[in-house]
Design a binder for this molecule. Sequence first.
Ligand code: PSU
Ligand code: MN
Length: 306
Amino acid sequence: MNINFLKVQTEVREAISEGKPVVALESTIISHGMPWPKNVETALRVGDAVRKEGAIPATIAIKDGKCLVGLDKNELDFFGKEKNVWKVSIRDMPYVMSKKIPGATTVAATMRIASMAGIKIFATGGIGGVHRGATASMDISADLTEMAQTDVAIVSAGVKSILDIGLTLEYLETKGIPVVAFGQKEFPSFYSGKSSFDSPLQLDSAAEIAAMLNIKWSMGLKGSVLVANPVPAGYEVSAETIEQYIQQALADAEKMHICGKEITPFLLKHIADHTKGESLEANIALVLNNAKLAAKIAVSLSSDSL
Ligand code: PSU
Ligand code: MN
């Protein structure tokens, strides 16, 4: 692999080479997931939360034909403000790199770049999955196929109910991706700790998760582990509230013929616009919570492998 495509921040590069804990963070949530200035404020708070647990944050994005691993304040500002930033999944990477278009990376692209840089743990809000109606549309996020082959664990707040949660869990099973709910039996659904689906697995500490990751990868079992961390109590938005907006958003999307890479941001924006503060506050709280858990897992993993 040609590592000239990577531009790794000095602090992040040193931490990786010394085996110190590093947590990868995605940039789609900054450019396409939250409004300015909350997006950059949150990105900075997430970085602080990772550091407080003893790990180094590395936000990943694409700029000037390079995969950036670790963004400084100016770069975070750029991705938070700039309007012409692409949403970049795996298939978009060679195009934006060759055209030198700035790109915010999805879960799939972020984990691939993290893996190229040697980072094992990645925190985000929610992953992509199998869409409602996928039996007809075949709309399955490249996040899932990437998780089947790249050795980076993801801490998310589960899967949003814009997706078909049951089919997403089936697909993860087919692809051999372990799904672990943190501290509870039920698989969480982003805004809510509940989903009415049991999680296939439950673990209750970062050390247990790190031990499982160590064994998985030591055995040569490829791919991710999805750690589903429920939104902190007090920040939940009820499933009924969210469902009514999802129904409206899906109807609008059909009328407007929105499909492909546009559908996920369209649905997310509709929910965010209609639930205003409530969903944004939940989103911020759960991302911070995920970053903290990811950092604890990274710390535990790096001490296990000493
Ligand atoms: N789901 C969320 N929040 C997000 C995304 C998904 O709850 O921000 C973003 C992530 O970057 C994810 C991407 O990787 O959307 C998935 O897009 P698609 O469904 O087009 O693969
Ligand atoms: Mn899709």
